[in-house]
Design a protein. Structure first.
Length: 191
């Protein structure tokens, strides 16, 4: 393989760029009603105890519910719900009641709405919020994961069966085919 030099690179300036991100519905009860908003800025924060985080613009209506109840959910929509999911990102709960876009149920926390139509739902208790500037980073301790039985393999949600919506470059995508196994592929490396 030909070696690249730094001359092959151009600078683009600072930006919050990640090539691909999960598309999620953040659920929170706001003024006693379930509300869902679309978010892609989310990731794992800690393994033990299990924690996830999501960054939300301070102006978002959902922020009120997270602050009020100190709970939230991260719901993984399947690709068949791309229109409903995008709608929840286009419309603010302050202007339109989104409580009926998805059917809600409640798990152990009782105040974090979970979307029935999503194959995976994650209940989180607020661990900490961090003011990062334009966005608040909400770190939530995972209390429970609910998954459609049809999407579970080996005790975990199966990515292909879940068919999550992937966000990249202002577009939604399907997950592609597996190219190798993590924590294994590198064993083939030879110096």
């Amino acid at each position: 393989m030909a070696e690249k030099t730094t001359m092959d690179k151009i600078t683009l300036g600072p930006m919050p760029y990640m090539s691909v991100m999960p598309t999620l519905l953040v659920g929170a009860n706001v003024k006693g009603k379930p509300n869902y908003m679309t978010a892609a800025w989310a990731t794992v924060a800690c393994m033990a105890p299990p924690m996830l985080c999501v960054a939300l613009n301070k102006t978002r209506y959902t922020v009120q519910g997270i602050e009020e109840n100190e709970t939230f959910s991260l719901n993984v929509p399947g690709s068949t719900h791309v229109v409903d999911t995008d709608h929840c990102g286009l419309v603010s709960g302050a202007q339109e009641d989104k409580s009926k876009v998805f059917s809600s149920f409640y798990g152990r926390l009782k105040t974090a709405p979970l979307a029935v139509e999503c194959p995976v739902n994650i209940e989180c208790r607020l661990f900490k919020s961090v003011d990062c500037g334009s966005h608040l980073l909400y770190i939530g301790e995972v209390v429970e994961i609910h998954a459609d039985r049809s999407c579970v393999a080996d005790g975990k949600p199966d990515t292909i069966k879940t068919d999550p919506i992937v966000y990249a470059q202002s577009a939604y995508w399907h997950v592609g085919k597996q190219i190798d196994k993590a924590f294994s592929a590198g064993k083939k490396y030879r110096k």
